[in-house]
Design a protein around this ligand. Structure first.
Ligand SMILES: Cc1cc2nc3c(=O)[nH]c(=O)nc-3n(C[C@H](O)[C@H](O)[C@H](O)COP(=O)(O)O)c2cc1C
Length: 363
């Protein structure tokens, strides 16, 4: 196991998700929605770093989902975003999210090694094997219809990245998808590698994740299902002599009273929903990916608008803490958090919910 901060200790991991994207995780027209400026990201990162939050995870997105707001139409590129944040923080792990088909592995190996040096060993890599067809078309790429090809390509891509991180000598690569002559990875990541995340949902993707990732990211829609899913994934990894932890993502609306939290949901999600963008988001997820259970569509549409499908943590600080404790009891190793406005709302979460999690012994 690598000696990276994200991989040591057994606290319930907390991070943020999608702060690099316009509107964050909520598909809303409300003018108070998240503004993904560098200034806001930096301000938030400083607060997270000081509060002992573990990581920040960005979304890599090349075209938005349309609608009036063009949800996720504005996106800070994740490798350069991570470099800037790693240079400006002390303890946070910062992930870059990389589409295998759009980024050459020799380039990515060096970029990650470089940002890992910038952060003194705090970089991470989220590998996306591809699912969003219009986005592939925007880049002039062809998304293979079958998951075998997508993940076969991703496997060779990551094998080459890993070899560049592990080998101290020049080598040649003669694979099915990549050829490389006389390459070497210098510089290398500080710990010899970095924490790897993958968010596969399909059986082929889960093979990839249990073969390669430290963390598999999966939605928490029905915690009973999640419980069984986590056991199965851990067993699948164990059978290969590996350990994989499972993370999820959650959307926080924390207010002094439950009524205030519900009023905020009503304002952002019901009164001001960007319904066209939600339709597009759900249609694309269901057409090309297997991350969300297809039989829970109605429930998922509401959750998609509210927090991009994230587990709802809505209510008073105690209710939000109880929800996080439930995720822990389900077997998740951690969760990301999103907020309508991260920088505005994180301080209240920090001051009221984090102490309850410490009291409960999970932080
Ligand atoms: C937590 C999480 C993070 C994700 N991040 C990205 C991302 O940044 N960019 C992207 O194109 N897709 C992202 N996805 C989508 C997944 O990569 C996609 O759903 C997955 O590839 C589908 O799994 P499958 O290929 O096994 O069907 C994310 C999904 C989840 C659940």
């Amino acid at each position: 196991m690598l000696d990276a901060p994200m991989l040591s200790g057994d606290r319930f991991r907390l991070g943020t998700f999608s702060t690099n994207c316009s509107s964050g995780m909520t598909v809303t027209k409300a003018p108070e929605r998240w503004v993904n400026s560098w200034e806001n990201n930096l301000k938030l990162a400083h607060m997270l770093d000081e509060a002992g939050i573990d990581f920040m995870l960005p979304i890599a997105r090349w075209i938005g989902y349309g609608g009036e707001t063009d949800f996720h139409g504005g996106v800070l590129e994740t490798m350069t975003w991570a470099a800037g944040l790693l240079a400006s923080t002390k303890n946070l792990t910062v992930f870059a999210t990389i589409h295998t088909a759009a980024n050459h592995p020799v380039v990515v190996a060096k970029q990650i090694a470089t940002i890992d040096q910038i952060g003194g060993g705090r970089a991470g890599l989220n590998i996306v094997a591809g699912w969003n067809k219009p986005e592939y078309e925007a880049l002039g790429l062809t998304l293979p219809d079958d998951h075998e090809t997508r993940y076969g390509y991703a496997q060779e891509w990551f094998d080459l990245v890993r070899k560049l991180w592990e080998s101290k000598e020049h080598f040649d690569w003669d694979g099915q998808y990549f050829k490389a002559k006389n390459v070497k990875g210098d510089p290398w990541p500080v710990h010899g590698g970095v924490p790897i995340i993958n968010a596969a949902g399909s059986p082929q993707g889960r093979e990839f994740a249990t073969d390669n990732a430290n963390f598999l990211f999966t939605p928490a829609i029905d915690l009973e299902r999640s419980k069984a899913e986590i056991v199965e994934l851990k067993e699948q990894a164990q059978a290969k002599g590996r350990a994989v932890n499972v993370l999820t993502f959650a959307h926080v609306v924390c207010r002094p009273t439950e009524a205030e939290a519900q009023a905020a949901v009503d304002y952002f999600v019901h009164q001001n929903q960007d319904t066209d963008a939600v339709e597009n988001l759900v249609r694309l997820q269901f057409a090309h990916a297997h991350s969300f259970p297809h039989d829970l569509l109605a429930q998922i549409k509401h959750l998609m608008a509210q927090g991009h499908g994230g587990y709802p943590l809505i209510g008073t600080p105690q209710q939000v803490a109880d929800g996080i404790i439930r995720l822990h009891e389900t077997g998740f190793a951690g969760t990301t958090l999103s907020f309508f406005d991260y920088a505005e709302e994180f301080p209240y979460f920090r001051d009221t919910v984090l102490p309850l999690l410490r009291e409960a012994g999970i932080r």
